[in-house]
Design a protein around this ligand. Structure first.
Ligand code: AMP
Ligand code: GLY
Length: 444
């Protein structure tokens, strides 16, 4: 009999998860607040509800008799969905609220790394009093990153030299975070500014063992050339050897070690981490440094890696939930991927909501690309309407990044309407710039 799986979330990441689970023979019961046509089609049944309505989601799981749960976004993890489901006897390929603090509290994450001597640390200071921030900043002359301690959807971070142009501006932003309780608490974290190229390393974890996935580079800035406001991520690419053009094997392995040590630390403290774990690293002159952890797949990064996964995702999820991941790493195809997000016009500043996008799915498939629906609502066959968030993920897969990028662009020509795409993602010129920048940072 097919395994009944609860899937929480209605974006492109969850559409990619849904497809991979369905390929493994799962019977899907989905919960989302929008009407994602891709997930809907793959599901046996859908509950339209807020993903953080723990009572409703748990009752739905009970009524449908689901056996296993997979969770896309972080908000339900923070709200304790996994704890509630496990109480009902539902096995979860996702972390409890306590383990998810790795993402939901930057203060917890930094303290855990320090307590356990995990490599990849950067200096940081936590404040709840603006007078202390002022005192600290007057004596600190290097660049900083200022962030709320809690969740802000990747949009609460300001960096000196970028959004913060003076010590006064650092203090003013810290004061704003404290006063408005940005991220849910009146606490602000100031970190040393790390310089380098960023990369994402995700792994499957069963609470003890980790099985790493290909490295990916996301693009958080809204506009071409990595300019404009930070977003949830505009697109991402991965390379056929599972490294990145600027990332060496040794540095990838160091990233894997950081993740393994972090999973060990959480297990040692009685809050084992099950599910996909996500490390956002800055590759600096001194090697990879942790910028943040996520307690889930990245979005868009899930689309890159799940498009390459050769193993059975349902089996991997069962193993994560049961603590029985095998000794070998999960297998991924030795191909490159380029994912570009189709977003509403104005995304990152003020999204145009309700714009029509026409989607010729057969056309996209004929280019050998994959299409994932994100936060859109279906209007009718072949037409979706934008919301404030990202609309569609388009993934080209091919023998190298250049070919995957061309395939992604060819697929985009099968979409119509008003939307915005960062066409520069994965282009040879853009990649060359990143490689040159990394060489400069590495120094002689
Ligand atoms: P986060 O929400 O923590 O991922 O931060 C958003 C973005 O801000 C990251 O992707 C980085 O580009 C940047 N950032 C965050 N922390 C730092 C840091 N300590 N040094 C340099 N850049 C940072
Ligand atoms: N791509 C960044 C994130 O999922 O948070």
């Amino acid at each position: 009999m097919a395994t009944k799986v609860l899937l929480v979330g209605g974006g492109a990441r969850e559409h990619a998860m849904a497809r991979a689970l369905a390929e493994g023979g799962a019977e899907l019961y989905s919960v989302m607040k929008n009407r994602n046509p891709g997930i809907r089609r793959l599901s046996k049944d859908v509950l339209a509800a807020s993903e953080t309505d723990i009572e409703k989601v748990t009752m739905y799981a009970r009524l449908r008799g689901v056996e296993l749960a997979c969770v896309g976004p972080e908000a339900p993890l923070e709200a304790g969905l996994v704890d509630a489901l496990e109480k009902e006897g539902v096995r979860c390929a996702a972390p409890t609220g306590a383990a998810a603090r790795l993402e939901t509290s930057k203060e917890f994450m930094r303290a855990l790394m320090a307590r356990r001597g995990i490599p990849g640390r950067i200096e940081h200071w936590v404040f709840s009093d603006i007078a202390e921030v002022k005192r600290f900043i007057s004596g600190y002359d290097k660049g900083v990153a200022v962030k709320p301690v809690g969740l802000t959807g990747g949009k609460g971070v300001k960096i000196s030299g970028d959004q913060l142009l003076s010590k006064d501006e650092v203090v003013r932003y810290a004061a704003e975070v404290l006063e408005k309780k940005v991220g849910g608490q009146s606490r602000v974290i100031i970190e040393e500014r790390a310089e380098g190229e960023e990369f994402t390393l995700q792994a499957f974890s069963d609470g003890k063992r980790v099985s790493p996935m290909p490295a990916v580079q996301d693009h958080k800035r809204a506009w071409e050339g990595d300019s404009g406001p930070n977003t949830g991520g505009m697109g991402s690419y991965s390379q056929q050897d599972h490294l990145l053009p600027f990332l060496r094997r040794q540095e990838y392995e160091e990233g894997v070690q950081v993740i393994q040590r972090t999973v060990d630390a959480l297990a040692a403290e009685g809050t084992p981490f099950k599910g996909p774990i996500y490390g956002q690293f800055m590759l600096t002159r001194e090697g990879p440094k942790v910028i943040e952890f996520n307690a889930r797949f990245g979005d868009p990064e899930a689309m890159n890696v799940l498009s390459l996964l050769e193993g059975d995702f349902l089996e991997i999820c069962n193993d994560m939930a049961d603590g029985s991941l095998g000794g070998e790493s999960a297998a991924f195809g030795r191909l490159a991927t380029v994912c570009k997000y189709v977003v509403p016009v104005g995304y990152g500043v003020s999204s145009r909501v309700g714009s029509e996008i026409t989607v010729d799915e057969k056309g996209v498939e004929s280019e050998g690309a994959r299409l994932y629906f994100a936060a859109v609502n279906e209007k009718g066959p072949g037409t979706v309407l934008t919301t404030t968030s990202r609309a569609l993920g388009v993934v080209g897969v091919a023998q190298d990044i250049e070919a995957a990028e061309r395939r992604c662009e060819a697929a985009l020509s099968h979409l119509g309407g008003d939307f915005f795409v960062r066409h520069d993602i994965g282009r040879p010129e853009a990649i060359k710039k990143k490689m040159e920048r990394m060489e400069r940072i590495r120094g002689p």
